[in-house]
Design a protein around this ligand. Structure first.
Ligand code: FAD
Length: 433
């Protein structure tokens, strides 16, 4: 929403399948956001979508549709993952659809394609460059970054936390956390994320979330967000965590969001009584496969080794669950879609035989890589796996640059260890500033 000379202008409208013909197909230039509830990437997209609507709203209409309430329409448009954005011009879909963890720049790129160059130039001229100064900038609002924020805020240090998504990190997509101390019963991850980010906000630190990180210069300690906001800091804490690995198998990119998902919390609810393939065999894969059985009728896991590598409690749970079977020593080689089903071509690593596994959807949980590529040209020293090396105060080898949480070189990556890292970096900085 924006205020135009005292008039409140509505930039985005919620519509249903019944309005689709009128609002979208007869509606000129329209962007449609298919969203779901309990979907962290949908929540992270919402403010970006609203910001875009505010900027482009005179030229392009923005509507949102609740996917769960309009399943038939979503399916007819090939939408099988939340969130998904579709772009229409005069009733025809233009540009490709995008889904999952959508960046602001990916939306802008497509919106710019829908308009003449002079109109794009006029829209860009409305964005004014700004510069802000902080004592500390925290990059990343997972448990590590939020904890650093809580301690710095309580120490009255001028701090800004930046995140391209909403605060919470992986906590936001974990259905239940049973090992974070202080709670008798397992907590929904999104609630832990909510408690931690509210606690950080109450200490008075600033937040810039759901933004695009345009550039990071660790040497100059300067960050540019959304292309026009420059932020300078005396010290930077890197808490950008990790990203799930992809298999780079043929078909994976093509069917991402259209049959292949990386988020059970977001998409498992669409597989009630259906058959699902889960790829992976570590903690995340086993825990997420167990969660998926709350909805799906049958889950087949594909794991490259002859044993699962998850913790024993999770393995015991899995072995008790009759809905799950595991194909050990198999690896996916490529994906296809046939009659609306996902076909995973799986190689038996012992016999080299290629088998076809046909299910309604595929979930991928095969480990993580550190998010260092987003940190510009001058990177702190890392280990051979790409995780940042720190000393016991969580200082990197670069002056005034700290790193905390999953992104650092360490043995155990948990919420508790991330929280501990955030505490240490913030307490060290509090003594220095
Ligand atoms: C499915 C799953 C289940 C899990 N279950 C448990 C559990 O039950 N118990 C437990 O203790 N641990 C669990 N873990 C591990 C735990 O979630 C992580 O160890 C912890 O979240 C790491 O915290 P972090 O703050 O370092 O990183 P993250 O939680 O990954 O947060 C990183 C943040 O940085 C942001 N970011 C990324 N790039 C940038 C950028 N360029 N600039 C700024 N910000 C950026 C991200 O959007 C994100 O918000 C689980 C992990 C997964 C994936």
């Amino acid at each position: 929403m924006g205020d135009f000379g005292g008039r409140q202008k509505v930039f985005m409208k919620e519509i249903n399948a019944a309005d689709f013909q009128q609002e979208v197909l007869n509606g000129g230039k329209v962007v449609v956001d298919f969203y779901s509830t309990e979907c962290p990437p949908c929540e992270a997209l919402a403010p970006k979508f609203e910001a875009m609507a505010e900027l482009y709203g005179e030229k392009i209409k923005f509507v949102k549709i609740f996917r769960q309430g309009n399943r038939e329409l979503a399916t007819s448009l090939g939408v099988s993952s939340s969130p998904t954005l579709l772009f229409f011009d005069n009733g025809k879909q233009v540009t490709d659809s995008i889904s999952g963890g959508i960046k602001k720049s990916e939306i802008i790129e497509r919106l710019d394609q829908m308009l003449p160059t002079d109109e794009v130039t006029a829209i860009k001229a409305n964005q004014k460059a700004t510069v802000a100064e902080y004592d500390v900038v925290i990059l990343g609002g997972g448990p590590a970054g939020l904890t650093a924020g809580i301690y710095l805020g309580q120490a009255k240090i001028k701090t800004l936390l930046i995140d391209p998504a909403l605060p919470g990190g992986y906590m936001g997509i974990t259905h239940q956390v049973s090992n974070y101390p202080g709670f008798e019963q397992p907590q929904p991850g999104f609630m832990l994320a909510h408690y931690m980010s509210e606690q950080a906000k109450h200490t008075g630190i600033d937040f810039k979330v759901a933004v695009d990180i345009t550039s990071v210069n660790l040497k100059k300690k300067e960050i540019v967000i959304d292309g026009f906001e420059t932020i300078r800091a005396k010290k930077i804490i890197i808490a950008t965590g990790t990203t799930p690995n992809t298999m780079n198998a043929p078909g994976e990119k093509e069917f991402k969001g259209k049959g292949i998902s990386y988020c059970a919390t977001c998409d498992a609810k669409y597989f009630v009584d259906k058959e699902v393939t889960v790829i992976g065999g570590g903690n995340s894969a086993v825990e997420e496969a167990l969660f998926i059985t709350k909805f799906a009728g049958k889950v087949t896991m594909i794991h490259q080794f002859d044993k699962l590598t998850a913790n024993q409690t999770a393995i015991d749970e899995l072995q008790k669950n009759e809905k799950i079977s595991v194909m050990y020593e198999h690896e996916p080689r490529r994906f296809e879609k046939r009659d609306g089903k996902m076909v995973t071509f799986v190689e038996d690593l012992k016999t080299k035989e290629l088998k076809e596994l046909v299910t309604d959807g595929v979930f991928v949980f095969i480990g993580f890589k550190s998010n260092v590529s987003v940190l510009g040209d001058t990177l702190p020293e890392s280990d051979s796996w790409g995780y940042i090396k720190t000393n016991e105060d969580r200082q990197t080898n670069l002056p005034d640059i700290y790193a905390v949480g999953d992104i650092i070189s360490k043995k155990y990556r948990q919420i508790t260890t991330a929280v501990a890292d955030g505490t240490i970096a913030a307490m060290t900085i509090s003594k220095e500033i």
